[in-house]
Design a binder for this molecule. Structure first.
Ligand code: EPZ
Length: 433
């Protein structure tokens, strides 16, 4: 497995362009299954999860062309299979996003029940119950979810998610766009990836309204057609680079981003002393205030509040702030794995249930550490860039899933990081277009 070797202590300076959002590209790629015509997606991030998602579409029978690594032309005219196998689903939970479109367009789908992952059990019970509300018959057969629309077509209905679920909302939206009649989703997720998916679906001919609010209304149509769509920038990559500037006491210009998609993160980072200016709608200018960083408590919540995907990066930053902060994780049951690795680097963090108490102003020292999940890996990279000495991060395939050419990007702004390649690895190369 590849490793990252990071020599810390150099402030990052320069300009960094944000890639397309992994968590928007994944449902948007799945949505191409809803049409027999060509759907062109631009600004798709060149990361492992999207390579996997594209392979899934090909396994199902779709034709995929990539004129460049960020552009995918998908034509799902001849779908021959309606199954997402375990071998694939176990490598990427987001394959469950094939359920909604396959069920919505073909009235049948069989997807391996995704296992849990490092951050939690990650059930999909809410997805399945929502499909049943739309008239599907859902059963579990030897580890596979088997879903069928008895009359061949789902029937619109009113449903209310008992918990906010991002991919659950996306799955139901994709199942409902071709259903007979109208579907109303209450307590829908409001993350920016939801309106982005709705934009694509409406370009394809769907009738989705209210996306981005807790109530989404979908009028079923007979068929969807072709479309062209640009994936929104990745708000979590943006937040990660804001923290990178702050934790290394550097100064960055972050371009091609959408600051309006990470308001809670920007507000909180300004409160702890990061100077963040927005010279134009897609650019941020970031540096530490001379007064240094102050500790502030955070609690992760669904959008528009502080996102769980920024919790690990924020925790790394709080090791450098004046005072003590309490980080409360309310979304996933096991999302503090980065804490034990940060402690190996000298951080002073105590975990009690879903709360981590972080003592600030600690000198981090480089050490060999282990990545456990995508965002935990990001926090170890940030800590390594700040620490004195060398940090060796193992299992960096986790980070390759969701950060495009991160070594190239960090090196381009002065970070001392190199990838120690394990020649068996299948990481997306660092040479995207
Ligand atoms: C999406 O995961 C993101 N992934 C996650 O990003 C993100 O952390 C998460 O939303 C929360 O924002 C993608 O979009 C591909 P949920 P998702 O369904 O949809 C429980 C990253 O780092 N739940 O909103 O799987 C669930 O256990 C990844 O990019 C049920 O109980 O998350 C969790 O506690 C990590 N039953 C909570 O709801 C269900 O059927 C929120 O999960 C579904 C979810």
């Amino acid at each position: 497995m590849d490793k990252f070797l990071i020599k810390g202590g150099t402030p990052l300076h320069g300009k960094i362009a944000i890639s397309g959002a992994k968590n928007s590209a994944l449902p948007c790629l799945a949505a191409t299954l809803l049409s027999a015509k060509t759907v062109t997606l631009h600004n798709v991030p060149y990361v492992r999860d999207l390579i996997t998602q594209r392979r899934l579409l090909e396994d199902l029978g779709a034709t995929t062309l990539t004129p460049d690594v960020h552009t995918h032309k998908i034509t799902a005219a001849h779908i021959e299979s309606f199954e997402a196998p375990y071998e694939l689903v176990k490598t990427m939970r987001a394959s469950v996003l094939a359920l909604g479109p396959l069920l919505g367009r073909f009235g049948k789908a069989k997807v391996s029940l995704p296992g849990g992952c490092a951050i939690g059990t990650r059930p999909i019970d809410l997805h399945l119950r929502a499909f049943e509300k739309l008239g599907a018959v859902v059963s579990l057969e030897s580890g596979d979810v088997v879903a069928k629309a008895p009359k061949g077509r789902l029937v619109g209905s009113e449903l209310d998610f008992e918990k906010v679920t991002v991919t659950g909302t996306e799955n139901v939206m994709m199942a409902a766009v071709l259903a007979e009649g109208t579907t109303v989703i209450h307590n829908a997720a409001c993350e920016p990836e939801i309106p982005d998916l709705a934009d694509l679906l409406n370009k394809m001919g769907a009738k989705v309204s209210g996306a981005g609010t807790p109530k989404i209304t979908i009028e079923g149509v007979e068929a969807l057609g072709e479309a062209e769509h640009w994936i929104i920038p990745d708000r979590i990559e943006t937040g990660t680079f804001i923290v990178a500037a702050a934790i290394t006491n550097g100064e960055l210009e972050i371009t091609s981003c959408r600051p309006d998609h990470l308001g809670a993160v920007i507000d909180m980072l300004r409160e702890v002393g990061v100077e963040i200016d927005q010279p134009d709608p897609t650019t941020l200018h970031v540096r530490n205030s001379n007064a240094g960083l102050r500790s502030k408590d955070i609690t992760t919540e669904p959008y528009p509040l502080f996102p769980t995907d920024m919790q690990a990066q924020y925790m790394a930053l709080m090791t450098q702030a004046e005072g003590t902060s309490v980080v409360t994780e309310t979304i996933f049951e096991n999302r503090f794995m980065h804490a034990s690795e940060l402690i190996r680097m000298g951080a002073d963090i105590e975990i009690h249930g879903n709360q981590a108490t972080v003592k600030g102003k600690v000198r981090l020292k480089g050490a060999p550490v282990l990545a456990s999940d995508l965002r935990a890996s990001a926090s170890l990279v940030l800590a390594g860039l700040c620490a004195e000495g060398e940090t060796l991060i193992d299992r960096v395939y986790h980070i390759d899933r969701g950060y495009e050419t991160i070594v190239r990007k960090i090196s381009s702004i002065g970070g001392n990081i190199e990838r120690l390649k394990d020649h068996m690895s299948t990481a997306a190369p660092e040479t995207s277009g």
